[in-house]
Design a binder for this molecule. Structure first.
Ligand SMILES: Cc1ncc(COP(=O)(O)O)c(C=O)c1O
Length: 396
């Protein structure tokens, strides 16, 4: 048989998600009977609240099993608009909303709507693993700017200005951040956005973790800054993290009308609508406000307790230093003092102590670990004990 021609450059150049890979490895060790403490999962360890599930089941029974409008069912888009107005004072219409199969797809469609081959996209590192791959899949070029723990993992306006070239088209911002949990203040974001406006860039603002925020920090919706900012900003959020709905695959985009239309048209050819009856569950999350608020408060209380505990205990381990992040459900400790590549550190940690963590290099920042505390207090306690023992063994 003839040697077949190679697969496409898209297929050959894509890197699989390292976070999903570590999580899958931890789960397969668990399935084989190993007692693994996993800090790898990027999803709440809570179940979806009952009222959301019930609304979905009712919709399914009522025959909501057909295709829906590509950008989402009208009542859901209306409810999303109302929520943005109530929380941030954002004035948008349902026509500016696109509901997609997971926030990941919302981000990808946003990149596809803006970027052509050769365009440059500025991505502050540490970054969420999927941004560079999405940019590459659009034929565009990711330009990374390393923001380490000395600046709280935050991009500064000077760094941003220095990274802009005539080819720069898009800036990706993500606050609260995966993987660091860093939350930019409104003032910090205003300064960054001013640079983006000055250079006529689009902004993709990934606000997926907007509700998972602690210590009285406030989420910021960049699109509300001014009409000029709104006209160039694609706001991404979703149901996965806030409402423990990762498996439902429902994310949201709010964008200026021409961009929202382009995104909906791209989606119409790539996936059509989000599962119709699932959208009714999402609608209940927004409409049955009191029940949702209670469920969210329960999760936030647990996340906050674990965050503080994990942070305090990490900093007691000689050689480890960790900032106290104010958002999402991740901490990003610095382990560079051990003189090991973070990938080696993580592999050895998993092999010897059965603790799963994702290396910082997967997020574009060598010398760190991403630890998710969206796991039980018991796993955190046991995992910390093992991590401390491992770190002591490295120092011997
Ligand atoms: C920063 C960020 N954006 C977007 C997403 C996508 O979320 P999903 O596709 O699960 O809705 C994730 C998920 O890990 C994330 O961490």
């Amino acid at each position: 048989m003839n040697t077949l021609p190679p697969l496409s450059i898209w297929a050959r150049n894509i890197s699989p998600s390292p976070t999903l890979a570590v999580d899958a490895k931890a789960k397969s060790l668990q399935a084989a009977g190993e007692d693994v403490c996993s800090f790898a999962a990027g999803e709440p360890d809570f179940d979806t609240p009952e009222h959301i599930k019930e609304a979905c089941i009712t919709a399914l029974r009522a025959g909501k099993t057909k295709y829906a409008p590509t950008p989402g069912i009208e009542p859901l888009r209306q409810a999303i608009v109302e929520q943005y107005a109530a929380l941030y004072g954002l004035k948008a219409t349902p026509a500016q909303v696109v509901v997609s199969p997971g926030g990941k797809f919302n981000c990808y469609l946003g990149v596809l709507a803006i970027c052509s081959p050769g365009d440059e996209v500025i991505i502050p590192a540490p970054y969420w693993v999927s941004y560079p791959e999405m940019v590459k899949l659009a034929g565009a070029v990711p330009r990374f700017v390393l923001c380490d723990d000395r600046t709280g993992f935050k991009l500064t306006p000077a760094q941003l200005s220095a990274a802009i070239t005539p080819k720069t088209k898009l800036l990706i911002l993500n606050s609260p951040s995966n993987p660091t949990g860093a939350v930019y203040t409104r003032t910090e974001l205003e300064a960054l956005v001013a640079v983006a406006v000055q250079h006529n860039l689009y902004i993709l603002s990934d606000e997926m973790y907007e509700h998972l925020i602690y210590d009285g920090a406030q989420p910021t919706c960049i699109a509300t800054f001014s009409p000029e900012v709104e006209a160039r900003t694609i706001t991404i959020a979703g149901f996965s993290k806030t409402y423990a709905m990762t498996g439902w695959r429902i994310g949201t985009t709010v964008a200026p009308l021409p961009i929202a239309k382009a995104i909906a048209e791209l989606q119409s050819q790539m996936s059509s609508n989000v599962t119709t009856f699932a959208q009714y569950g999402a609608l209940a999350a927004l409409k049955e406000k009191e029940k949702t608020k209670t469920a969210l408060a329960t999760m936030l209380t647990a996340f906050d307790r674990r965050r503080k505990h994990l942070h305090a205990e990490l900093n007691k381990i000689p050689g480890v230093s960790c900032l106290l992040a104010q958002g999402a459900f991740y901490l990003f400790p610095n382990i560079s003092s051990f003189g090991l590549k973070d990938l080696d550190f993580c592999n050895r940690l998993l092999e010897t102590e059965k603790v799963a963590a994702v290396p910082g290099s997967a997020f574009g920042a060598e010398g760190y670990l991403r630890l998710s505390y969206a796991t039980s207090d018991a796993v955190i306690a046991k995992g910390l004990e093992r991590l401390a023992r491992f770190c002591v063994s490295l120092k011997r």
